[in-house]
Design a protein around this ligand. Structure first.
Ligand SMILES: Nc1nc2c(c(=O)[nH]1)N[C@H]1C(S)=C(S)[C@@H](COP(=O)(O)O)O[C@H]1N2
Ligand SMILES: [Mo]
Length: 256
């Protein structure tokens, strides 16, 4: 391996610090000795002594981290569940806009679209979704902006829904598009995680507008921004779909 020589000392310190930030705490602990430039070169396949720019190294670092997190955590890790007494009231609202712009969706004309690697592209009306097998869970929603809150969501286990529509369960990603232009995506292991819900209710009532009427995807093993509200369409795909915040630099895996 060539010695990375072109970077100045402060460049190196910056790169190492930024690369560390792309790792979650568990991953940081795994790399006991901490990251070295040689280590970054090994993990990303980038030759730092070449003209690789720092952005490219970091984006590869982040992708590497997504794969490791997906592999290590997805199907084993269960998010903690709570009791009704733990529910946070009032439950916070958050979006990339204020409460005055919450989309008002007409449930009567709503039909959930499913696209991509699925056998059955039937569009699902709300009465059809409400008739499906429902479960509920009380879990903690964690937002990167520095707050968390416990809430109760009910709905259809997402793995059950994917099976029902004949999704290719070996595909890599499931992506979501929302009525407010928001979008996000998850890996298939997370989509099939036993706690991932196609959520139709919040606190035993039909999902209120501010919390994502008529449907949100509730993923208690993921940070808030990976939990799309007002979902209009679901796509199963092998092409990396990104997300609204993820495309602006938030870690794509976004484990909580
Ligand atoms: N459609 C849509 N979904 C979204 C968002 C958004 O702006 N639009 N914001 C995300 C973020 S960052 C958070 S923290 C949660 C907030 O969900 P809540 O309003 O139910 O607390 O929604 C997530 N899903
Ligand atoms: Mo968030």
């Amino acid at each position: 391996m060539k010695k990375p020589t072109f970077l100045s000392h402060s460049d190196k310190t910056y790169l190492l610090k930024e690369a560390e930030k792309t790792l979650n705490p568990a991953r940081r602990r795994l790399l006991r000795q901490g990251l070295t430039l040689g280590g970054i070169m090994l993990l990303t396949g980038c030759d730092i002594s070449d003209n690789e720019d720092v952005e490219k190294v970091l984006s590869r670092m982040s992708r590497f981290n997504d794969r490791v997190q997906g592999f290590l955590l997805s199907d084993r890790h269960l998010a903690p569940e709570y009791s009704a007494a733990d529910i946070t009231r009032p439950f916070p609202f958050n979006a990339f806009y204020g409460p005055e712009d919450i989309p008002q969706i007409d449930g009567e004309h709503y039909a959930l679209e499913v696209r991509g690697l699925v056998r059955d592209t039937h569009r699902w009306t709300l009465p059809e979704l409400y008739r499906m097998q429902q479960v509920s869970q009380i879990t903690r929603h964690i937002c990167v902006e520095g707050w968390s809150a416990i809430g109760k969501w009910g709905g259809v286990p997402f793995g059950h829904f994917l099976t029902l529509i004949g999704a290719d369960l070996h595909a890599k990603y499931v992506s979501f598009h929302c009525a407010d232009g928001y979008y996000t995506s998850i890996d298939m292991a997370t989509a099939l995680h036993p706690q991932t819900l196609l959520a139709l209710t919040w606190d035993n009532q039909i999902l209120p507008a501010k919390y994502g009427f008529p449907m949100k995807i509730r993923i208690p093993t993921k940070l808030g921004y990976k939990n799309p509200k007002h979902v209009l369409s679901i796509e199963v795909t092998n092409r990396f779909p990104g997300g609204y915040w993820e495309d602006q630099g938030y870690n794509w895996f976004g484990g909580s």
